[in-house]
Design a protein around this ligand. Structure first.
Ligand code: ADP
Ligand code: ZN
Length: 213
């Protein structure tokens, strides 16, 4: 099973990806996480992606596609994959389809986490993340037990650079302009399943499970 998880920034892709990976034994591939860990480790890839990410812009297609194809070729990605944050442009969607076809594979379905745009800024700017284990909280909806220390790993709870007002609103604009067409792309191919994503994580999870049955 090769599942694409699509949706605007703040729709809850990271949260749902965590539960789906466990339930279905999928190999998670999150381009955002890959870039962030490269950034933390100070690699060349991290340095290259940095300026785009902090502004809320997309990293250039060629770079992302190379990275994902490389990741998809590794042994742990041969028995089911969950793609989170990729593809984000029609070019990326086409490159992915081409690569999979060349290996006798294809995307099983694309789940769209569907949520009214007006809810997204609140979700993004209130989000807090653990530097250690990437656990996610929200100041209003699911506040961490203490302000700055992660209860799971003791790591520092902080706000992602790109969750500030300016970068967050840029990310929403970029989604509208560049990722919106990807929805139609999967819809035209009969692969799109819309998942209402305004509810609680548990409600969204149930809908996803039904869609994957
Ligand atoms: P979001 O919470 O906005 O969905 P991600 O964690 O998926 O964010 O990604 C963070 C940043 O990493 C993006 O704003 C972008 O700069 C870069 N990025 C991640 N995936 C891609 C992609 N498929 N194409 C281009 N840039 C990407
Ligand atoms: Zn932690």
């Amino acid at each position: 099973m090769i599942v694409v998880l699509l949706g605007p920034p703040g729709a809850g892709k990271g949260t749902q990806s965590g539960t789906m990976v466990k339930k279905y034994g999928l190999c998670p591939i999150s381009t955002g996480d890959i870039f962030r860990s490269n950034l933390n480790a100070g690699t060349a890839l991290g340095l290259e992606a940095r300026s785009y990410m902090s502004e809320g812009l997309l990293v250039p297609d060629e770079l992302v596609v190379r990275l994902v194809i490389d990741r998809l070729s590794q042994p742990d990605a041969q028995n089911g994959v969950l793609l989170d944050g990729f593809p984000r442009t029609v070019f990326q969607a086409e490159e992915l389809a081409g690569f999979l076809a060349a290996h006798g594979k294809s995307v099983t379905c694309c789940l769209l986490l569907d949520i009214p745009e007006k809810e997204l800024m609140v979700r993004l700017t209130g989000r807090r993340v653990c530097r250690g284990c990437s656990s996610v909280w929200h100041l209003t909806f699911s506040p961490p037990p203490t302000d700055s220390v992660c209860p799971y790993c003791g790591g520092e709870i902080h706000q992602r650079d790109d969750d500030g007002e300016a970068a967050a609103s840029n990310r929403l604009r970029v989604y509208q302009a560049q990722t919106y067409p990807v929805i139609a792309w999967y819809e035209e191919r009969g692969l799109l399943k819309k998942i209402p994503a305004s509810g609680s994580p548990q409600e969204v999870e149930k809908t996803i499970n039904k869609a994957l049955e």
